[in-house]
Design a protein around this ligand. Sequence first.
Ligand code: SF4
Ligand code: SF4
Length: 211
Amino acid sequence: MGTLSVPEQFDIHLTDLGDRYAVDIGSERGEALIGGFTGFWEPRDADYQRINEVMAEKWKHFEYRLNFDVTELPDLLAATAKTTVWDELGDICLACGQCTKVCPTCYCFDVTDEVDLTLTNGKRVRAWDSCLIEKFAVVAGGHNFRSSRARRLRHRFMRKGKYQYEAYGLMGCVGCGRCAQSCPVHITPVDTFNRLHAQRIKAEIAAQVPG
Ligand code: SF4
Ligand code: SF4
């Protein structure tokens, strides 16, 4: 969530230089994917210069970035789970699910059984879903264990910056900003994380001031 580019954890990374692409290979899978393609050449000084120009130009337009080191994020989210920021965001969230539809790392789904009228056949169907939609966490008996928009939003951001990191060692957000672009009320993970961080720093400073 640096967040314009990534230094690692990809197979192939392409940078559009206008009339050509800079291609970084990050894994054996990436190597295999481009195997046999003969259109590459080793970068020359002019190519490196062009890459630097393109990246410098992009950074100027890319304000969407964390104000702190991403490794602090799981701990920050744990410490701010009860802050009122979640209620404030929940108050404006429309629970439309748009952010999850455009997110490259969201994969929530629902499973339903569609039984044939004869009751002899049926299908078990997996369909795309969104953890921000009201009915996502409804279970048998009609109980909803994330009934408020605030709790659903918090859950999504916890998954992005804490739960998935703890489970897989990777953040669940790549900082692409697609959700930021598509959210009708401008709720974004990176801005939210920055806000939580600023709030935490403020609280720590206040705690150090003799009362
Ligand atoms: S910024 Fe993060 S949460 Fe938003 S769409 Fe990109 S990966 Fe998903
Ligand atoms: S796009 Fe915005 S308003 Fe819609 S569910 Fe996501 S955070 Fe809420």
